[in-house]
Design a binder for this molecule. Structure first.
Ligand SMILES: [Zn+2]
Length: 389
């Protein structure tokens, strides 16, 4: 039986007697009052039980923020504001969205660039991607005469070449030493296969695995790594073994190079100590990695904690670091943050602070991009200001 059937079937027939009608009216009024009270009680129960329902149960009452509710019927421990917030969208309250974010520009980067850039992580778990060949420059015939080569064919990344050559000029000028010897630079996959085979033959597979990366997993494939020693008086010295090496150990980070494999970090890098192997990651990162005493694997993890939306990393010219939002950018140093790649698409939008011309974007070789902004490069944007009537 439907509700409509029920109400129709219980409607009283009209009586002729007045007394009976008055008594009937009184009884009717009483019944109405009881029903009214019952309705109020049920309403209160429904409102309070609705508040206790889980948020995903959306079949409940929706409170209208513009209406006046009998808040005194809601248990005192819950403020009216809380109840309204639970059931309505208050996002319209507050300043317009544009005022809640710092001014920004944006660029779109193809996701294939995740495997490219000075900050890519290359190790046993993260192979180098050979799909886009990098331009290499051969040292022989191009370099300054203040350092030596063990082979005429040694080359490094072309963008890196002038930076490294300048470091060698400065090293030679500061120390008078012209005995630094480059023993290895860029390597192809096949080069690495040959090196591995010869080391396995000379020292056995177990030891070779500690000193030679598997083909595809060597930093040398990127052209961003160099092996170098001192060759003095017919003898080879690693930098810590000779006083002339002190300058390289101290200054290489200022030029963007890190000592990649140390004894203490071998469990994390997967490589034994290699005092000859330097990797370019650029400035200001190389100095910060060195100052923090981290291996590069740890540094990459460290950088992941800085994003555009949350804290960004600020590296002052003296190497000290602070974190902060995008509203109060320091006038000097660098700002660094991580942008995870948009894997739903082929490219990723990267936000940049408006008005800063000098920045670099590097893939991490894992799944995103590191952005490094030179904070001294700010120039007043020439964008027309919006006209407000
Ligand atoms: Zn090496």
């Amino acid at each position: 039986m439907s509700n409509r059937d029920f109400y129709e079937s219980t409607t009283s027939p009209v009586k002729n007697n007045d007394r009976y009608r008055r008594a009937s009216s009184l009884r009717g009024a009483l019944i109405c009052a009881v029903i009214f009270l019952a309705v109020i009680l049920v309403s209160v129960f429904v409102i309070s039980s609705n508040r206790e329902r889980p948020a995903e149960d959306t079949g409940a009452i929706t409170l209208d923020p513009t209406a006046t509710y009998p808040y005194d019927t809601i248990p005192a421990e819950t403020s009216p504001e809380t109840v309204v917030t639970e059931t309505t969208d208050l996002s319209f309250i507050g300043p317009p969205p544009a005022l809640t974010e710092p001014d920004s520009a944006s660029i779109t980067v193809d996701n294939t660039q995740i495997t490219r850039g000075d900050l890519i992580l290359i190790n046993g778990q993260h192979p180098y991607s050979f799909d886009i060949p990098e331009k290499q420059t051969v040292f022989y015939g191009n370099k300054s005469p203040c350092y030596k080569l063990s082979l005429a064919s040694i080359s490094i990344d072309s963008d890196l070449f002038p930076l490294f050559d300048q470091m060698m000029i400065d090293f030679s000028t500061a120390t008078g030493c012209k005995d630094l010897l480059i023993t290895s630079g860029y390597r192809t996959y096949e080069d690495q296969e040959e090196i591995m085979a010869s080391r396995v033959a000379s020292m056995g597979a177990e030891k070779a695995a500690l000193y030679v990366a598997n083909p595809g997993h060597s930093e040398h494939h990127s052209g961003l790594a160099l092996d170098m020693v001192l060759f003095i008086g017919g003898r080879q010295y690693y930098f810590p073994e000779h006083e002339m090496g002190a300058w390289i150990i101290e200054n290489a980070p200022k030029y963007g190079f890190i000592l990649r494999y140390t004894e203490e970090m071998s469990a994390l890098t997967g490589c034994a100590a290699e005092p000859w192997h330097y990797r370019y990651i650029g400035t200001p990162h190389a100095q910060l990695v060195t100052d923090l005493g981290l291996c590069y694997e740890q540094y990459v993890e460290y950088l992941y904690s800085f994003t555009w939306e949350e804290d960004r990393l600020f590296i002052a010219p003296d190497g000290t670091t602070t974190t902060g939002d995008g509203f109060h950018l320091p006038a000097e140093g660098h700002m660094v943050y991580y942008v995870p790649a948009n894997m739903e698409a082929d490219s990723t939008e990267i936000l940049l602070p408006l008005g800063y011309d000098v920045y670099s974007v590097s893939g991490d070789n894992v799944g995103g991009f590191f952005v490094t902004v030179d904070l001294t490069s700010y120039a007043e944007p020439t964008v027309d200001a919006p006209v407000i009537d």
